[in-house]
Every structure is written in C-alpha cells, then in structure tokens.
Ligand binder design. Structure first.
Ligand code: TMP
Ligand code: MG
Length: 194
C-alpha cells in the first residue's frame, strides 16, 4: 500500500486438462505469495460448495444426468455467483489464484461438439484474468496419475478433444508472464471477458 492507493490484486488463472497439476501448482503459488507477504487466496471452479455447485458435483460424479446445454450454463452461473466476492477481494488488494475458469467451461462443452461461440456467450462479461497459465501435460501422462477416470470427463479421447479446444482458445495474452509486474492501481478499469 502506498498513500491512499491500493494496488488491486492480480487475477491469475490456471487451466489445463484433468490431472495436469493445476491444483498442486495453484496451492504452491498461493503458499509462496503468502510467504512473500502478498495477500492471496486460492479459488477453484467449479466451486462445489454452493447450491449450484452441489448439482454440478452430482453431474460430474454421474449421480444425475443433464443436457449438455443445461450443465454448461450451470458451470457459467457458478462463476457468475462468485463475481461480487472476487471483485471485492481484488479491489482490496488480494491476489486470486484460480484453479480453472471460463476457458475450461468453453473447452469441455465445445469438445462435446457444441458451437464454440454459443459456449463462450454465457461467460461474456466475467472479469478477464491478468495471466492465464496453461498446464500442458500429455493425456497419456495424465492417465497414469492417481484418480484418473473417477469423474465423468476423465476419458482419453475426450481429454484429447478438450486439449484441442484449449489450443484454439489461446490468445496473444495467454502466455507465461511475471505475475507481479502487473501495474494496476485501484482506479483500474476492469477488462471484461468478451
Ligand atoms: P475439477 O476436476 O477441476 O474439479 O473440475 C471438474 C470437471 O469439470 C473437470 O473435468 C472439468 C469440468 N469443467 C467443465 O466442464 N466446465 C467448467 O466450466 C469447469 C470449471 C470445469
Ligand atoms: Mg478433476
């Protein structure tokens, strides 16, 4: 903090296929940021603790069936319901390290064959990450990791398709960059995911 200016927190997103190491890296990143004195918080999507999140969990564990469109909109709504708190945290100077975000939403549904633009629409307007880090692990490697196959989407062919959509979603900003170099003050204009 300098004078009356609070530097807003940085929105860091980790993306990738299942079992690619996102959760481990996200945890390690929050730990090291905290140790270095940067307020930071770990988040993940889906957030299975909310009412919507519980239904998403039922779908992922195959306890319920749902149309591809309906579950897609629930995943998106599960991000929208977190936006107010995320805005408050970021504006208070807390860096958010987020395990999956809208890119997963689009990649997993588009991999089922749904129209890419249709998949992007419901997440339009979410806060855009400052940095998105993609964990690029070959699917055959992911399959050797513990737990692979437990949830609905953890199948080799499907994960390969998801990986292909992730590559289509790459933008010039989607790259590794030093996250602490983000020069933003509290009066920043938020970029919107469009
Ligand atoms: P998780 O393993 O990170 O908890 O995510 C659960 C599964 O949900 C994973 O296979 C990816 C998938 N997913 C979507 O299909 N759409 C989404 O919007 C998100 C966040 C995850
Ligand atoms: Mg998983």
């Amino acid at each position: 903090m300098m004078g009356s200016t609070i530097r807003r927190g940085t929105l860091i997103v980790l993306e990738g296929c299942d079992r690619s190491g996102k959760s481990t890296q996200a945890r390690m990143l929050v730990d090291s940021l905290t140790q270095e004195g940067h307020p930071s918080k770990l988040m993940r999507f889906p957030d299975r603790t909310t009412t919507l999140g519980k239904t998403i969990n039922d779908y992922l564990t195959s306890a319920v069936e749902m149309s591809d469109q309906a579950i897609h909109l629930l995943f998106s709504a599960n991000r929208w319901e977190a936006m107010k708190q995320m805005e408050a945290d970021l504006n208070a100077g807390t860096t958010l390290v987020v395990d999956r975000y809208a890119f997963s939403g689009v990649a997993f549904t588009a991999a089922k064959g749904l129209d890419l633009q249709w998949c992007k629409n419901p997440d339009t307007g979410l806060y855009a990450p400052d940095v998105t880090i993609y964990m690029d692990l070959p699917v055959d490697e992911a399959m050797r990791r513990g737990g692979f196959g437990e949830e609905r989407y953890e199948k080799e062919d499907f994960q390969n398709k998801v990986g292909q959509v992730f590559m289509q979603l790459r933008t010039p900003e989607w790259k590794y960059q030093p996250f602490l170099s983000c020069p933003v003050a509290h009066a920043c204009h938020w970029k919107l995911l469009g």
